[in-house]
Design a protein around this ligand. Structure first.
Ligand code: GLN
Length: 276
């Protein structure tokens, strides 16, 4: 069986990158081998701090941490533009957790203009620190339908953002957003070629939400029917880009990492075939 090496990077400028690498290794070990006759993959997991390291990657994770710090260090390491190319031009599989989700959003609020920059890739606007301060961090068992029926996952929320709005998916969506107060937007960027456009995906899919939103708003005195519960959006995917508000890397539970690796193995194999 022919071996194909797939390199997955974790942006290692600040935050929980070591935890992601550990869980990626655990997840890779739990994957089934592909059927007889197809190519098997060998995984390589690397920490990414330079444009050269990023260039080696087939896929990337942006960890939780502090999005302002990650963005400032990325800018001073000359990584911001290469990251935007990776996600929005080459459209390679990318997953952001918590601060990583903020960086992958096209728009984020509660941010001073000039205070930080976004990479973008997900046509959403995120509300930073949605659940309050560090002391209001919590863990909740989450129903994650994409992991299978009744798959409860121990999700950790630390000053987590939520997706407060799904933006229409076309050029120029940032114009309205950037006129909002304390809101920053990502610079637009087109997909590179056919394969990149195919990976792009026009629709933002909501993969999971956290119940409780309606009850909380009602508790704050808003006139809301708590039975009409839609929940806070805490996991989304748009083509090659996946984002979660919470931190699977802090749980030791490799199921989401395994789910993501399985998909990216398929998409990397397809791209390699197409470029041969
Ligand atoms: N609130 C942080 C930010 O704005 C994200 C928190 C986290 O990643 N745990 O970047």
């Amino acid at each position: 069986m022919q071996m194909v090496t797939i390199t997955v990077g974790v942006l290692a400028l600040q935050g929980a990158f070591i935890e992601h690498i550990q869980l990626l290794k655990k997840a890779a070990a739990s994957l089934d081998t592909p059927p007889q006759g197809s190519q098997d993959s060998h995984w390589e997991f690397i920490e990414v701090r330079t444009p050269q390291e990023l260039e080696r990657c087939d896929a990337l994770i942006l960890p939780g941490g502090e999005s302002t710090t990650i963005s400032l260090v990325a800018a001073s390491s000359n990584l911001l533009e290469p990251l935007r190319d990776f996600v929005k031009f080459h459209r390679k599989p990318t997953w952001g957790t918590c601060a990583g989700l903020i960086l992958l959003a096209e728009s984020a609020n509660r941010t001073k203009k000039g205070g930080q920059e976004l990479i973008g890739g997900l046509d959403v606007s995120v509300n930073r620190n949605h659940f309050g301060r560090q002391t209001e961090s919590f863990q909740a068992p989450l129903d994650l339908p994409f992991l299978g029926q009744n798959a409860s996952f121990p999700a950790v929320f630390i000053r987590a953002p939520v997706v407060e709005k799904i933006l229409p998916s076309h050029e120029g969506i940032q114009v309205d957003e950037q006129n909002r107060e304390e809101t920053i937007v990502a610079p637009s960027k087109q997909a590179k070629d056919q394969a990149a456009r195919a990976a792009m995906g026009s629709e933002v899919e909501v993969l999971a939400s956290l119940p409780g939103r309606a009850a909380r708003l009602a508790g704050e005195g808003k006139n809301i029917d708590a039975d009409k519960e839609a929940g806070d959006i805490i996991a989304v995917r748009q083509g090659n880009v996946f984002g979660t508000s919470f931190h699977p890397e802090l749980t030791g539970d490799p199921r989401i990492h395994a789910w993501w690796l399985r998909q990216l193995r398929d998409s990397v194999m397809q791209r390699r075939k197409a470029s041969r």
